[in-house]
Design a protein around this ligand. Structure first.
Ligand code: UDP
Ligand code: MG
Length: 337
């Protein structure tokens, strides 16, 4: 696909700054007020260098509790190429990102973090790579991660390796959500209705030509990480449950093991009943009962998790709720799910 082919439908175009949008930069922000000025300056410069006057910057305020929204509004007042969405509460990075993708009208969509860990200046090189390789996705692969704890690096590395070994999709190692993609990829992502969104996995699942782009991840520009352990574990859970059968397989293997053990116990009980004159043991009975119910509980928990997710997905709730928009046609936002 070449960049000249317009892949965006007319009705997907925002009202402000009408005209052909070549590039949409999508940036989820959660309490990022300190870095916002620098973020916008650098992003604008990088986008303008490659796509003068034909880009938009979409900022998603994911329920920030600091002054992010006020700062965003001020920035949008001064620059019509900036569009804003404010979610009604903190919906999490993956849903904030989806909200941004859903209103992106560019032929190309560039996803970056608000903390400048993924340098916006790499845009030009990534566009070149996309054109050279005729790819639909150019995804950033972290060569080095600076300013991050050993625990984070270790856990991330383990996570990507475990997931890629056990999942059905071809998930690239050490790639985050830093990506350049074509409009059709962004549209396809928005069309996937799942609630628990692990976007980098979903992009891989989509297929099409995807090429890696190595870069050094910089330290956070300002503020603290907005991904505490709890959110990280949740994302990992979404990834494993959404893209692998590890929990079910583990449950199945465990059940097999327990089955063998219990069979042995049964055999022993029968044997001792025949061979010795035993008063049937209270211990063995207890062990049997306790183990059996433990296994049952474990299996029920895993099966329940899957059923729960099926149930939640079945409800087809909207993925996010928008509180306010700036420079975006509200009719279009209503259509978004
Ligand atoms: N983020 C968000 N909602 C959240 C958590 C994070 O929109 O609930 C955004 C955050 O503002 C940043 C990006 O997601 O732009 C990545 O978060 P962060 O840099 O804190 O994660 P880390 O790089 O530490 O993994
Ligand atoms: Mg970060």
């Amino acid at each position: 696909m070449t960049l000249d082919q317009s892949t965006v439908s007319q009705d997907a175009r925002p009202i402000v700054g009408a005209g052909h949008t070549a590039l949409s930069v999508v940036i989820p922000c959660f309490n990022e007020e300190e870095g916002l000025g620098e973020l916008l300056d650098r992003t604008r410069a990088a986008a303008a260098a490659r796509f003068p006057e034909r880009f938009e910057i979409i900022l998603i305020d994911d329920g920030s509790t600091d002054n992010s929204w006020e700062r965003m509004r001020a920035a949008a007042r001064a620059d019509a190429r900036i569009r804003l969405i404010r979610l009604s509460r903190n919906h999490g990075h993956q849903l904030a990102l989806t909200a941004g993708l859903s209103i992106a009208s560019g032929d190309l969509v560039f996803v970056i973090d608000a903390d400048l860990q993924d340098p916006p200046e790499l845009l030009a090189a990534m566009v070149d790579r996309m054109q050279a390789d005729q790819a639909d996705v150019v995804f950033g692969v972290r060569r080095q991660r600076e300013g991050e704890t050993y625990f984070k690096k270790f856990s991330a590395s383990l996570f990507y390796r475990l997931l890629s070994r056990h999942s059905e999709i071809d998930l690239p190692l050490d790639a985050g959500d830093f990506r350049l993609m074509t409009a059709r990829v962004a549209r396809a992502l928005c069309a996937m209705p799942e609630q628990e969104r692990f976007i980098r996995g979903m992009v891989s699942w989509l297929g099409l030509k995807q090429v890696p782009f190595e870069y050094d991840r910089e330290p956070r520009f300002a503020g603290q990480t907005k991904y505490p352990l709890k959110k990280m574990l949740r994302l990992a859970g979404d990834a494993f449950m959404g893209f692998s059968m590890i929990p079910l397989r583990f449950a199945a293997q465990f059940a097999g093991l327990m089955f063998a053990i219990l069979l042995g116990v049964t055999g022993y009980a029968l044997f001792s009943w025949i061979a010795f004159d035993t008063v049937s043991g209270w211990t063995s009975l207890m062990v049997l009962v306790a183990f059996t119910s433990a296994v049952q509980f474990l299996l029920l928990a895993v099966i329940g998790e899957y059923i729960g997710r099926t149930y939640l997905g079945q409800k087809r709730r909207p993925l996010f709720v928008v509180d306010e928009v700036v420079g975006v046609d509200p009719v279009h936002v209503d259509r978004v799910r």
